[in-house]
Design a binder for this molecule. Structure first.
Ligand SMILES: [Zn+2]
Length: 283
């Protein structure tokens, strides 16, 4: 059930019956090529949430989507708005901490954007140490693993198809164009992939604002002209089905034992000796 659409007594009843599961989508507002809407990374997870809610209505609390993400390297494309790494981590931690205080112990974050993964992982790790089970589902990566034909890059056919599944009118097919990567550093250091250059057959990172090397804004092997609504619908139904199954498996799983940060190897059952806590757990 969506928190935004229900009343507090319904939430209280859910918790009193032992409900302890919250789902939170996190996206980003950023360019996705000339043809896709800036909200692509929110539109796709929100569709997954709708599909999950249809099947799990009274089993999960769905918190409002965090529609801003960590996309500092994409500023320069008008309309892109980033809240950066630290603020995203702190915002999601604040939200999940309050859900934790209400008794939620199982969290599933449905993520729509790659550079959100690290800050969201920090939140999940913190929840886990406190005895909560926290999963991070990066939908577009899962899609490519569930069916390699579905996988893709940024703003390519995979994400374009996902947007079409939500609303085909949101894709400006008249704006389709080539990836148009720009060799902005030098001819010897040609752009080849996101922030990378190809040098003597090996990729080397040159992290920089993408507006320097993107002529269009989509990148990947999956040319967006290949996208169609059928692809999108099948893919999103497939990913949503996997997420519904994942919720079930998480509900059946035992909760992790809370553990102090510095001794968690020992708590996890690894043979570290009695001084594990003194030396710190993470080698
Ligand atoms: Zn995206």
């Amino acid at each position: 059930m969506y928190l935004e659409k229900t009343t507090w007594p319904h939430v209280a009843a859910y918790l009193e019956k032992g409900g302890d599961f919250a789902v939170l989508a996190v996206g980003s507002l950023e360019e996705h090529g000339r043809h896709n809407p800036l909200g692509t990374d929110n539109i796709a997870p929100n569709l997954l949430l709708d599909l999950m809610d249809e099947r799990l209505y009274d089993q999960i609390l769905i918190a409002p989507t965090v529609s801003y993400g960590n996309c500092d390297d994409l500023v320069g494309f008008p309309g892109t708005l980033t809240i950066g790494y630290d603020l995203l981590r702190d915002l999601v931690a604040r939200i999940t901490d309050q859900l934790f205080d209400y008794g939620v112990r199982r969290f599933l974050i449905v993520n729509g954007h790659g550079p959100n993964i690290k800050p969201l992982s920090e939140v999940c790790e913190s929840l886990n140490r406190r005895g909560a089970l926290a999963g991070l589902a990066n939908w577009w990566l899962m899609a490519g693993e569930l069916n390699p034909a579905w996988g893709g890059g940024h703003g390519g056919a995979e994400e374009t198809a996902a947007v079409m599944a939500a609303d085909p009118s949101l894709v400006d097919t008249s704006a389709y164009g080539p990836m148009d990567l720009v060799n902005d550093i030098s001819d010897e250091l040609p752009t080849d992939g996101w922030s990378n250059v190809l040098f003597e057959g090996a990729h080397v990172g040159f992290p920089r604002d993408a507006v320097r090397f993107f002529g269009n804004g989509w990148i990947g092997p999956d040319d967006p002209t290949k996208a169609d609504p059928e692809w999108g619908t099948q893919m999103m139904q497939g990913v949503a089905g996997c997420l519904v199954d994942l919720v079930g498996a998480m509900q059946r799983a035992p909760l992790p034992k809370p553990m102090p940060v510095r001794t968690y190897r020992a708590w996890a059952g690894h043979a570290m000796g009695s001084d594990a806590g003194e030396k710190g757990g993470e080698a």
